[in-house]
Design a protein around this ligand. Structure first.
Ligand SMILES: [Zn+2]
Ligand SMILES: [Zn+2]
Length: 373
């Protein structure tokens, strides 16, 4: 029951043969038509010429439709999580970034190396977060790389409860946590550190990286919300595609994903990378306390939205409304989040463990604060 004339009048594009009757088809299945196409052609079998054929094909198509809806849901959760983490980092950026540069690939003419210029000279004793200097960025993509670089473990910890909560009923079985080593990268990132005493030096990208692994029906997927620093644009990727061609490999065992906001800071011995960036020095200890306070500030926001037992049942309705309305749900959420995180940056409380009740303006030597912990 085709309607090519109406289709032409409505400017609809011919997609292929109808899955039910074989006539020219112009509509995707409205339930799963937005599912991301990761394997070329993996959506080519589900078009309909009209809603009646869609209805008639329902029973046959349903298992595939359910799976694709789960893929849609998982992708949306991962995009939402990345958005939340990006804004968290943008509000409480902790590197003394002065600018972002680029190197070009001669053969393609495109920039393929982000160079983050850091200046530690003036700020060594004030490692407080500040707003990310987005106006100094080279491009949107490079800003995103700078914001998310080295953040895979903090992101997994900080967003742990929220991601597990949103994916409940979507994934089959438990979500696993894995450390991976990216051997080949599509993209490079270097830190260029300016200081008075030593010449500029480049630091190669840390190979240890954290991803989540989960099952959708029979299929295994990888969620990587900070993968842009390796040139991975998608936030969820089929497992075999992610690890194909030795691009990266898993280090050690897969672990159940049970991280909470500060687990990597509180027990760094479990996380080799966190242990290396938070050695037992006074300065880094203070930075760790500061980061902990920032994460707890975000936690209070997430708690109010997803784990508030007395409030409206927002948590249960969130994923369906996210799937239905997309950006119309994400944008106001993120706007609230930004003002919430700005409270932290503006408040002295944001500069020290919240349990410390002293007036920080009275403390002249910041090391005094650290040594008492
Ligand atoms: Zn048809
Ligand atoms: Zn469908």
């Amino acid at each position: 029951m085709a309607f090519p004339l109406e289709a032409r009048l409505m400017n609809l594009k011919l997609l292929g043969p109808c899955s039910n009757c074989g006539e020219p088809a112009y509509i995707f299945c409205p339930e799963c038509g937005m599912a991301p196409e990761y394997q070329p052609g993996d959506k080519s079998d589900t078009y309909y010429c009209d809603p009646e054929c869609q209805y008639l094909d329902g029973t046959y198509h349903k298992p595939l439709c359910d799976l694709r809806r789960k893929i849609c849901a998982a992708e949306l959760v991962s995009l939402f999580a990345r958005e939340v983490f990006e804004w968290y980092r943008t509000c409480v950026y902790m590197h003394p970034l002065t600018s972002i540069g680029a190197c070009w690939d001669q053969s393609t003419g495109f920039p393929d190396v982000a160079v983050l210029h850091l200046d530690f000279t003036g700020d060594l004793h004030h490692p407080w977060s500040r707003e990310f200097p987005s106006h100094k960025g080279f491009s949107f993509e490079f800003n995103q790389v700078a914001v998310l670089a080295f953040q895979s473990l903090p992101a997994a910890a900080l967003l742990g409860r929220m991601i597990r909560h949103l994916l409940e009923g979507v994934v089959t079985g438990d979500i696993k946590f894995a450390q991976v080593d990216h051997k080949k990268r599509d993209f490079d990132l270097v830190f260029d550190i300016d200081d008075d005493t030593e010449p500029t030096r480049n630091i190669p990208l840390e190979p240890h990286h954290t991803v989540l692994i989960f099952q959708l029906g029979e299929e295994r997927w990888v969620m990587d919300i900070t993968g842009c620093q390796f040139g991975i644009e998608e936030t969820i990727v089929p497992y075999h595609q992610y690890f194909r061609e030795g691009r990266c490999e898993i280090i050690g065992e897969l672990k159940p994903y049970t991280m909470t906001e500060t687990t990597d800071l509180d027990k760094p011995e479990d996380f080799t990378y966190a242990q290396r960036i938070l050695p037992e020095t006074k300065l880094s200890k203070h930075q760790g306390m500061h980061e902990r306070a920032a994460r707890l500030h975000l936690k209070s926001f997430i708690d109010a939205h997803f784990f508030n037992e007395t409030g409206p049942d927002f948590n249960k309705d969130f994923l369906p409304s996210l799937m239905e309305k997309g950006n119309a749900v994400i944008k106001p959420f993120v706007a609230d989040l930004r003002s919430h995180m700005r409270e932290f940056s503006d408040d002295k409380r944001g500069r020290i463990d919240p349990s410390d009740t002293r007036d920080l303006a009275d403390i002249e030597d910041w090391h005094e604060v650290i040594s008492e912990d």
